[in-house]
Design a protein around this ligand. Sequence first.
Ligand code: PMP
Length: 361
Amino acid sequence: MAQVFNFSAGPAMLPVEVLRQAQQELCDWQGLGTSVMEISHRSKEFIQVAETAEQDLRDLLKIPENYKVLFSHGGARAQFSAVPLNLLGDNNQADYIDGGYWAHSAIEEAQKYCSPNAIDVKTQIDGLSGIKPMKDWVLNDKSAYVHYCPNETIGGIAIDEQPDFGDKVVVADLSSTILSRPMDVSRYGVIYAGAQKNIGPAGITVIIVREDLLGKARKETPSILDYTVLNECDSMFNTPPTFAWYLSGLVFKWLKAQGGLIEIGRRNQEKAAHLYDFVDRSDFYRNGIAPANRSWMNVPFQLADGNLDKVFLEESKSAGLHALKGHRVLGGMRASLYNAMPLAGVQALTAFMADFERRHG
Ligand code: PMP
C-alpha cells in the first residue's frame, strides 16, 4: 500500500519505527516466547518496562523529583472526576477556565463534586477566535485549584502563555499537547493526558502530580481514581493496560532518539507554520483562530465553499491523506499534526490543497 499520512485527532498516528519494533517483537518479547501483553504486570520483566517508561518520561519532560508520575486507566475523562475528588478536600470551590469544548466538559463533570467557578476566557480578536490573556483571568481566592486546557483539540485553540498564579494549584489537561515541546512542569500541581495523541495507544493516561497534593482525596473517591492509592501501588492498584504502557515506553525512547523535546518542538513549529502560512495565503481556505492562539497540534480549516467538503474528503483520502474531517461539533476540516506526523506529510497536504484549489476554485 502507498504511504498514508494519518491526520486523525486521536487515536492518532504513531511513529512507524515504534510500530515495526512492536510487530517484530510481538510474539516473542525479550526471548520469553510470549508477547509482552501475556505476562504478569508484576513480573520483573514488566516492572522493568514500567520503570523505564517512567524514567524516560521524566527525562523528556524534566519532571522535578517532587512530582509523582502515575499511569492509569480511564482516559482524560476519568481525570475530569479524579481532579476534584483528589484536590478539593473540604473545599467546595474550584476555578475552571472555559476556553473550549474540553475545558467545558471538565466543568460539567466537576459540577458533580463542587461548585466550579467557570471563567469564560473566549474572546474575539479582529474577528478571529482567541483567548483572553492570563492576567485577565479573574480567579477566586478561596478556590482549591484552577483547571484549564492548554490545547483544545477540537477548536484548535492553544493557550501557550505560561501559568503564574502565585500559590494557586494549577491543573492542566494536556491530552493533545503533552510532549509536543519542552515545558516547565514545576508551574503545575497536576498534569494529565490521555495517551492516544502524543504518548501511545488509547487505554492509558499519564498523571503527573506534585507530591504535597497527595493524601487529600475525599473519602468517597473510588480507589482506582485516588492518586495516593495509585502512587502507593506504583500505578498497579489493579491490572494496568500493560500493552499500552509498553508501547508508550517505546514512543518515549523514540522521542529521545529524535533529539528530545527541543528538537520535537522545533519540528512541530515548522510543520504548523507550513500549514498556517499556506492557509493564510489562500482565499479558498480559512482558519478562524487568532494567531496567538493557534494550536501546533490541531489545525482546523474551512473551505470557502462548504459544498466542496465531501469531495475534498474523498479526494484527499484517495491521495493518501486520511482523517481530515473536522470534529462533528465544528464541521469543516482538521489536520492533527502530532509528533509522529513528518513534515513531508504536511507538505503533501498543502500540495494536495493547492491542487484541489486549482481544480475547484
Ligand atoms: N481532553 C482533551 C483535550 C481531549 O482532546 C480529549 C480527547 N480527544 C479528552 C480530554 C477526552 O479524552 P479521553 O477520550 O481519553 O477520555
